[in-house]
Design a protein around this ligand. Structure first.
Ligand code: ZN
Length: 158
């Protein structure tokens, strides 16, 4: 069996930065392959046809992954809009224009009357590489295809 449309793929992955340093790693993640948004599209394309035990590497440019650094996503907000204990590094979900389009903002600076928040993804502007090892493959159930995600170990639990 190989990775293809509507297979449930169990993977281990490492995420490396452009210099090869480890940013993140996870084991035993299950996703539904075939354009359901389980992985970045470029990574899914690289996974197509892989077999159990195979290692797949995919380099992700900012356009295909976490986006470019956007100066406009760095905003200065009144201190009064934040909890009293606001600290650098805290994260808040919000939408700059009051729409339903929520982003995660990370606090960069706190002064007496203002807080600077940054809505860029932490990996924005970076070229990264995923190193994925295929650990398991099975055909998705009809229910998984209908839901658009994998169930069971490493997947969604309802
Ligand atoms: Zn489900």
């Amino acid at each position: 069996m190989k990775v293809g449309t509507n297979t449930v793929v169990t993977i281990d992955y490492q995420l490396l930065d452009a210099s090869g340093a480890l940013l993140e790693e996870e084991q035993g993640i299950a996703y539904l392959h075939g354009g359901h948004g389980g992985l970045l599209p470029v990574l899914e394309a690289a996974m197509e046809g892989a077999a159990v035990g195979q290692e797949v590497r995919a380099r992700i440019e900012p356009d295909d992954g976490f986006g470019h650094h956007d100066e406009n996503a760095i905003r200065t907000e009144p201190r009064s809009a934040f909890p009293p204990d606001v600290k650098v590094g805290m994260q808040f979900a919000g939408s700059p224009d009051g729409s339903d389009d929520m982003s995660v903002y990370t606090v960069r600076e706190v002064s007496e009357d203002a807080v600077v928040v940054d809505g860029n993804h932490p990996l924005a502007g970076q070229t990264v590489e995923f190193v994925v090892t295929v650990r398991g493959l099975r055909k998705a159930t009809e229910e998984e295809v209908a839901h658009g995600h994998a169930h069971g170990p490493g997947g969604h639990h309802h």
